[in-house]
Design a protein around this ligand. Structure first.
Ligand SMILES: Nc1ncnc2c1ncn2[C@@H]1O[C@H](COP(=O)(O)OP(=O)(O)O)[C@@H](O)[C@H]1O
Ligand SMILES: [Mg+2]
Length: 269
């Protein structure tokens, strides 16, 4: 019994082993037998409550990896366990039910929000995913959620186009945390935002992580941004993890030439 408990305690919340995502190459003549290895044998583990930063240049496979973790597309090979469970084995209905546990924030908050839905409708839908939210409690719950992400509740009946980029990303973050997920994946969440609002959004994510005990995979091409939010950092290049360590190790004592190049590209330290 004791050793079972020990095993459970030492088990990572998210564990990916030798994962690959390949895309078929299409030519003008149709499909060929060549593939693009967007993710090429990646192994990662996230402990509960930890922020892992995934950094690498555009095109290195970060989004392919995150979409596969979100079960939006399959891994070509390899395995993934969330809280000890292989999600790829679940029937679609069960997977839908389980989705509340892992949510995502995308790069472009405008594209990820439905322009025809008011913030209120978007957030009521998100708040009702785990269990239906009684009509009489909706406005209060939306107001509370908006306050939590730094938005004014009196704006709940407005539409996405009436907000700034930073505010829209706050809405997208509110929608992601509404079903009380355990894992949050943020794929370049500040890359489309003005430099002046980036640190506000990063600090919001850090506050939420602390208050809600979130486990977070934070993805960016910018090592400076990743260092700001991460406990550990994994460096990805051409589909592979080339270096992994604590944020301080990777940022201050990079081992790999590629990491040093990423560090040189950080605008101002
Ligand atoms: N749906 C797709 N079909 C074919 N190739 C793709 C697809 N999505 C991404 N790729 C290719 O996979 C590689 C990794 O892309 P991506 O995962 O978007 O990287 P990143 O998010 O790091 O910029 C790139 O070469 C890209 O062109
Ligand atoms: Mg990407």
């Amino acid at each position: 019994m004791r050793w079972i408990l020990t095993c459970l305690q030492s088990m990572a919340y998210l564990e990916i082993a030798d994962a690959c995502v390949h895309y078929p190459v299409r030519t003008a003549w149709g499909a060929s037998d060549r593939v693009v290895s967007a993710v090429d044998g990646v192994s990662l583990a996230l402990e509960k409550g930890e922020v892992l930063g995934l950094v690498g240049e555009s095109g290195c496979g970060k989004s392919s990896l995150s979409r596969a973790i979100m079960q939006l597309q399959p891994f070509t090979s390899g395995s993934m366990r969330l809280d000890g469970e292989d999600l790829s084995a679940l029937p679609p209905r069960e997977l839908r039910r389980r989705r509340v546990d892992f949510q995502m924030v995308f790069q472009d908050p405008y594209a990820s929000l439905n322009p025809r839905f008011s913030i209120y409708s978007t957030l009521v839908e998100a708040l009702s995913r785990r269990s239906p939210l009684p009509r009489g409690e909706r406005e209060e719950a939306v107001a509370e959620l908006m306050t939590r992400v730094g938005l004014r509740p009196d704006q709940m009946f407005k539409y996405p186009h009436e907000f700034s980029g930073g505010q829209r990303q706050r809405v997208a973050i509110a929608r992601a945390i509404a079903p009380r997920p355990k894992l949050l994946l943020a794929d370049e969440p500040v890359s489309a935002l003005d430099v002046s609002v980036r640190s506000q959004i990063l600090n919001l994510l850090l506050d939420l992580r602390r208050d809600l005990g979130l486990t977070m995979l934070f993805i960016s091409h910018d090592l400076g941004v990743v260092y700001h939010v991460s406990d550990r950092i994994a460096v990805m290049r051409a589909g592979r993890i080339v270096e992994q360590g604590t944020a301080d190790e990777v940022f201050f004592h990079p081992q790999h030439e590629y990491t040093k190049r990423l560090l040189d590209a950080v605008p101002s330290l």
